[in-house]
Design a protein around this ligand. Structure first.
Ligand SMILES: CSC[C@@H](O)[C@@H](O)C(=O)COP(=O)(O)O
Length: 390
């Protein structure tokens, strides 16, 4: 199975997804700003993958922030001194100094969090991960951890986000495979695979698990305009794993449902509101409407970190609008008049009423979603899997 990112020697190495399937190239990131740029440019993409990348980016941010203070300390010719001791020298009493230093560091850390959150607004996994890291750093400061300890704990937490994502996808695969019929002919949109996560995938994770059980006859992969995540990434990923795949352009989805025996649709999600309305790659809404018209069950697969329990419904989900040139041209080739008006939303919202079930690592949620999502929230809060404790 393909790898999306690696954390090696204090650097985040990202598979450049804009180059696939033509070439396999890696990007080495040693600043949070570079990771933010990679998220913005879709070099790393897919809700869980950008969440994990952002968690590592927060580690990089913390390191640079501390490094800056160390440089100041060294300039004051006190390089052997602990940073906290240096702060004490600057600010007086040790306790007061340590507090003041932590506050300054946390303020800068908050800035890094906000910058990363701004890189892509729709997938809530991004702000879920940066909040997790920021809140943990605040708790570590309250608990009196020194800077090297904080550094080590933050790194551990980011690795946990990464590792848990793979574990969650495997669980989703187990639950999801149960809803996949024998001789399944599945339609999926965009890429919700290993490439969009830390491994295995959400929608494609379910498809992988169902394939292991011998249930998958064919996967129809929508090309997914404008950036072709379906034909470039999903098709590539499934072929790598010898899972039968047929690529279609987006405008062939309804006709394929009518003529090709599609008996289930499974896609990923970027943000799910408390009533089940779901944002996913632009075009998903149309696929859900067509599935409804053909009596085909439409499923979403997403981890709990993709739910935004604070939003009542889908109208509150921020929808990213991307550069018009993504539509006016493709990979440098002009495909429209250069001054034509363009509407380029990256996502749309599928109303809950079109969704048969939402596959999560806690099980398959069924309508009415307001109730099943409330129950999910209770389970997530009870588990507090990622809350840092001293
Ligand atoms: C498991 S990934 C779920 C979603 O993030 C995926 O379906 C999607 O819409 C990705 O959009 P992208 O713009 O490629 O990041």
């Amino acid at each position: 199975m393909v790898e999306t990112m690696k954390w090696e020697n204090g650097k985040l190495i990202l598979l450049d997804q804009t180059k696939l399937p033509v070439s396999v190239e890696w990007i080495s990131c040693d600043t949070y700003q570079r990771v933010g740029k990679a998220i913005q440019k879709l070099e790393v993409r897919g809700a869980p993958a950008i969440g994990a990348a952002a968690a590592f980016a927060m580690v990089l941010a913390w390191r640079k922030i501390v490094e800056k203070y160390e440089t100041k300390r060294d300039a004051a010719n006190t390089s052997n001194m602990q940073l906290q001791t240096y702060a004490a020298m600057l600010y007086g009493s040790h306790d007061h100094a340590a507090k003041k230093l932590q506050q300054q560091l946390l303020k800068k850390f908050l800035q890094a969090r906000n910058d990363l959150d701004a890189s892509r607004p729709t997938a809530v996994n991004l702000s879920w991960a940066t909040k997790l890291m920021y809140d943990a750093a605040c708790k570590m400061s309250e608990a009196g951890l020194d800077l090297p300890q904080t550094d080590a704990e933050l790194e551990k937490l980011a690795v946990k986000v990464y590792e848990q994502d793979i574990a969650k996808n495997r669980k989703m695969g187990e639950y999801g495979a149960e809803v996949v019929p024998e001789e399944a002919v599945i339609l999926t949109h965009c890429n919700a695979g290993a490439l969009a996560t830390c491994g295995w995938g959400t929608a494609l994770g379910v498809i992988r698990s169902a394939h292991e059980q011998g249930k998958v006859k064919m996967v129809y992969s929508d090309e997914t305009r404008p950036l072709l995540q379906g034909s470039r990434l999903t098709a590539w990923e499934l072929l790598e794993d010898n899972i039968p795949v047929t690529t279609i352009t987006d405008n062939m989805a309804a006709w394929s449902m009518k003529t090709k025996g599609i008996n289930i649709v499974i896609t990923g999600a970027d943000r799910i509101a408390a009533n089940g309305d779901t944002a996913n790659k632009i075009g998903t809404y149309g696929v859900a409407l067509a599935a409804k018209a053909h009596g085909i069950p439409f499923y979403i697969a997403a981890p709990a970190s993709t739910f935004d329990f604070s939003l009542k419904n889908g109208t509150q989900i921020p929808i990213e609008e991307r550069n018009a040139n993504e539509v006016r041209s493709f990979q440098g080739k002009v495909s429209a008049p250069k001054n034509v008006n363009v509407f380029n939303p990256a996502f749309d919202v599928t109303p809950a009423k079109l969704i048969a079930g939402i596959i999560t690592e806690y099980g398959v949620l069924r309508p009415p979603f307001s109730k099943s999502i409330k129950e999910l929230k209770t389970k997530v809060l009870r588990e507090e899997l990622f809350t840092w404790k001293a």
